[in-house]
Design a binder for this molecule. Sequence first.
Ligand SMILES: C[S@@+](CC[C@H](N)C(=O)[O-])C[C@H]1O[C@@H](n2cnc3c(N)ncnc32)[C@H](O)[C@@H]1O
Length: 295
Amino acid sequence: MKTTTIQLDTHIFSDPNASPENIKTFYDEATEDYNFWSKDFNMHFGYCTMGQTNPFLRDTMHNEMNRQVLLRLNLTQEKQITADLGCGMGGTMRYLMKHLPNLSTLGVTLSDFQVHEGNKLLKNTNGVIIKENFTNTSILSNTMDGAVAMESFCHTGHSYQTLKEAHRILKKGKRLVITDAFLKKDPSQLCPGSGYGYKGLCKGWSLDGIGVIDQVQKDLHAIGFSKVTIEDVSLHVAPSVLHVPFAIPLFIIKQFLKGRKIKKQSWNNLKASFYSLLCGLHMNDFGYYIITAEK
Ligand SMILES: C[S@@+](CC[C@H](N)C(=O)[O-])C[C@H]1O[C@@H](n2cnc3c(N)ncnc32)[C@H](O)[C@@H]1O
C-alpha cells in the first residue's frame, strides 16, 4: 500500500484546514493583499543569490524565482503550452510568456477572484485562468509541455493524487517544476517550536499539511517520473522570508490608517506569514525546495 504525504500529516490535525471551500474563501478574500507583497502579483517567496540579486527588492527576487523555474522547465522557442497548477493571479504565467513569446499558458485555481481579476491581467496574452481543482482537472492527458506548481501543492499536502494528476497531463519527456516548503521529517517528530509553527502555518494558509520531502521524492518515482531532482534552496529564499516581519505589518498599519476594515482572511494571512518565519528558523525540520521531475 502506498503511504501518501497527506496520510502522514493528517494525524496531527483534528480538523482539516484545506477543504476546497476554505481555500477558495481564503484566496477570494486575501488575494488583493498580495499586491502589497508583489507589484507583479507573484504570490510566492523570492530567490536571491547574494551579489547578483538585490535582497531589498522583493519583486526582483520573486521574478528571479520565476526565472529559476523557467530554466528548469527546459522549454524551447517553439509553440508550446504549459499548465500552472495553483496559478494565483498568473504572475508566473505572465513571466513565462514574456520570455517565450510563442508560449501559451493555462492556469488553474479554486478562487473566483483570481479567475476574474487574474484574467484581466492576462488580457491580450496567450494565457487563461480557469476554475478547477488541480487534483482532478479537465486537461487532456499527455498535452502539456510543462507544468508548474509554486507554493500551491502544499494546499493538498503534496499528496500522491496531486502529483499523479500533474504527471497525467504532461507529454512524455516534459517536466514538472515545484517550488515550495517541505518537511524534513514526519510531523510527529517535530520539536515543540516547529510543531507550533507548523500548525499555525497550516491553519492560517488553509494547508492540508506540507509534504515530507523524502516521501514526496518516493511518490514522484512511484508515479512514473524520472530524473527527479531535489534542490534545497532554503538559503536562497531566506532573504525573501525576512521581508515578512516588515512587509505584512506595514500593510496592516496602512489599512488601519486608510480606515479600512481588516478582513478575517487578511489576519489569517498575517498570522501564517509569521508562523512561516518561525518554521523557516527551524532548518532541521523545514526546507524550501525546487523539485524538477520529468515524465
Ligand atoms: C500561494 S498561491 C500561489 C500562486 C502562484 N503559484 C504564485 O506563485 O503566484 C496558491 C494557489 O494555489 C491555488 N490552489 C490551492 N489549492 C488548489 C486546488 N486544489 N486546485 C486548484 N488550485 C488550488 C490557490 O487558489 C492559489 O491560486
